[in-house]
Write a protein that binds this ligand. Sequence first.
Ligand code: 13P
Length: 250
Amino acid sequence: MARKPIIAGNWKMNNTLAETRTLVEGLIPLVKDAKCDVVICTPYTDLALAVELTRGTNIHVGAENVHWAEKGAFTGEISAKMLVELGVEYVIIGHSERRQYFGETDETVNKRVKAALAAGLKPIICVGETLDEREAGKVEEVLVRQTKAAFDGIDKEELDNIVIAYEPVWAIGTGKTATAQVADETIAIIRNTMAELYCPKCAENRVRIQYGGSMNPKNAAELMAMPQIDGGLIGGASLKAEDFSKVVNY
Ligand code: 13P
């Protein structure tokens, strides 16, 4: 069974409602014949509009985070049930910006993954090393730790509903892309970890792993040609319909 490629945009903290309308309306015709799964992950405030605009198209909508509790006294947080009610299908969990600026830990990533799955959302779980960790030769150690923690207690049956995004922190928003070779080798570490956690066949057939970090129209084809890379998580280049569509149609 071949792994179907999946290209997702991570808008981060960008786009008002008016900008969302322009971007999504521009994007729809440009990606309608895409051979991969297409996802746009938007700020909470844009989700309802994004769902409405993409209804009946091949574009799926995701959020950029989710809280693990069902409800309660968590000021400023959003539950999985609230996202599902809007028609949201995917959710990014454990993005390095959340880990770096907002105290996200391996443990909270795992709690969010469990809550998302329980509600029927598809998590896009981000893992990746910092520059210091890479230079200290700790890439494997970090990725194995992050992956094992994220999947702690997650059933094999859920693998089809989960996407992993390998995002080297040093390549995010820096214009520095991991070479296709480095991205491929590093993703192999994650796939091997999944083989160990579940089974080699599961890791080979059912675990989709994206690359993220300055992926753009120029480098998408080369990255997507690598055997381990099943898609992309796109930041900056997802904010322009034309650029994002070129990545989608790599
Ligand atoms: P850039 O594509 O802007 O480097 O961002 C990558 C990213 O963080 C996607 O989640």
